[in-house]
Design a protein around this ligand. Sequence first.
Ligand SMILES: [Zn+2]
Length: 107
Amino acid sequence: MVERRKIPARLRKEVAKRAKYRCEYCQSPEHFSLDTFTIDHILPLSEAGGDDLENLAFACHNCNNRKQNTISIMDPETEVRIPLFNPRIDRWYDHFRWSDDTLTLEP
Ligand SMILES: [Zn+2]
């Protein structure tokens, strides 16, 4: 079992500010959410990820709950294991787009 550590408020604010207070996975702004966003470990603690700024991402509850401790998934079309989007390495617009009605995030 990995011990969860509380992210210091100063570091949390730095992560949120860098993300412009938007979820780094779906780009939803925190101010439209009823909940305060979370801090995600891009490389999970269970995979020896740390609390350093580079490994932390600002994330809405929905994205963080779906991601959990996952770092890769099986692509259903190719059946090849692929890494999940990494906001420190990948460019968001290369991986996602909002549908024309802006209601659905599409890969
Ligand atoms: Zn999100």
